[in-house]
Design a protein around this ligand. Sequence first.
Ligand SMILES: *Cc1c(COP(=O)(O)O)cnc(C)c1O
Length: 424
Amino acid sequence: MENAVFENTYSFAAEMDASDKLKNFRDKFYIPRQADGEDVIYLTGNSLGLQPKTVRGYIEQELKDWEKLGVEGHFNAKNPWMPYHEFVTKQMANVVGARAVETVVMNSLTVNLHLLLVSFYRPTNERHKIVIEANAFPSDQYAVQSQIKFHGFDFKDSLIELKPRDNETLLRIEDIEETLLENGDSIALILLGGVNYYTGQAFDIKRIVEIGHKIGALVGFDLAHAAGNIELNLHDWNADFAAWCSYKYLNSGPGGIAGIFVHERHAENFDLPRFTGWWGHDKETRFLMGSDFVPIKGAEGWQLSNPPILQLAVLKASLDIFEEAGMGNLFEKSKRLTGFLEYLLGEIDDERISVITPSNTEERGCQLSIRVRNADKNLFKAISDKGVIADWREPDVIRVAPVPLYNSFTDVFKFAEILKNCLD
Ligand SMILES: *Cc1c(COP(=O)(O)O)cnc(C)c1O
C-alpha cells in the first residue's frame, strides 16, 4: 500500500470511490449537512463517530418491548435484557483481537480504567511506579495520579512519563525500552495508549508487552483511539488488560457504553482485588441474592451494574455494520484513504503546515495530525467555514481522521483543496 500511486485530481478521487468495495457503507450513516444542504466533510470520527441510520430502529425495538412487557422484557423481549450485553461480546472481542471470555462492555472509559487499576495496580514499597505517556489524554493522567495517591504514594515519585527527545514529537520504541529497563525493579504497571490521541502515533503493543513482562510489570492499554481504527490482537500480544470507549471509531453515540479486555490468564485469578457488584456475580446464582460474591470468570466478572440497554442497542447497531464490512476490509481501505490524504498534504507546498503523525502505516491509524506553524488558529477557522469538521488541539495541531466506514476519497480530496485554498 505504501507504493500506491495516487493522482492529485478530483477524477482520480472519484475513481477510487467508484472502485471502493466499501463505498455503500457511507449510506448507512447520517452525514451532517451544511446550511446549503451539502454534506459536511466530516473528519472527526476519532472524536465522535456518526450515527448509523439503523440506530433508531434498534432503540425503538427496546422501547416497544419496555412499553409492552415492562419488567418481563428482561426475559421476554425480542432481545432479552438480562443477557443483552452478551449479544455484543463476540463482535467487540473481534474488534480488539480478543476471546469472548476476555471481553465485556460496561460503564464508560475512565470508570473502567479505575476498576482495572484496582485489580492491576498493586504497588509495594519496592514496585510502585506507573509508566504513562507524558502527553497522555488528561483523563488517563488524572486517573493514574489519583490511583497512586489512593495507595498512599506520591505521584512525583511514582509516575514515570515517557517524553519524546528534544525537538521530536513522537516516542521512539528504543527510548521506551531504555526507560523501562532502567527503572525495571520499581515499575508496577505500564499504561499506554494504543494510538496517541494528539500525534496519531500507534505504539508497538506486542513489543511493549514483551519488555514490560520481562521487567516483571503488568501492561495495560487505553485503546480509545485504537479500537475500530487499527488492527489489534490483544490476546496474542499478551496484554494484561485494556479499556476503550466506543463513541469514537465505534459509533456508539455520545457517552456510549465502553469495553474492557482482561487477558484469559487472569480469568480465574479470583485473588485479584476488585470492586464488585451483582452483575459480576455468577449468573447461575445471581438471583439467589446470597451475600457472598462469586465472580463470573473472565472479563464479565468486573461488571458492577446491569447495563444501559438503550446504549447497548446503539452499540449493537454499529457493531453489526462493522461485522458486515469486515475488519480486514476496513483496515485495508483505511490505509489507502489516509495514504491518499498524506499524499495530497505532501502536494501542498507550504512550510506553514507539516504532518506530525508517523508516515509508516504500521505506526498509525487513519488520523493525521497537522501541525500549524505559529499556531495560527485562523487556518482552522477558515477550513471550518468551508464545511470541514476537523478539530483543533492546543497548542498548534489540526487533527483529521478519514474513517473507512463513511469517509470517501472525494471527502479527502475536497479537504485538501480547501486547506490549500485557505493557505493561499
Ligand atoms: C476519549 C478519551 C477518553 C475519554 O474518557 P471518557 O471516560 O470516555 O470520558 C479517555 N482517554 C482517552 C485516551 C481518550 O482518547
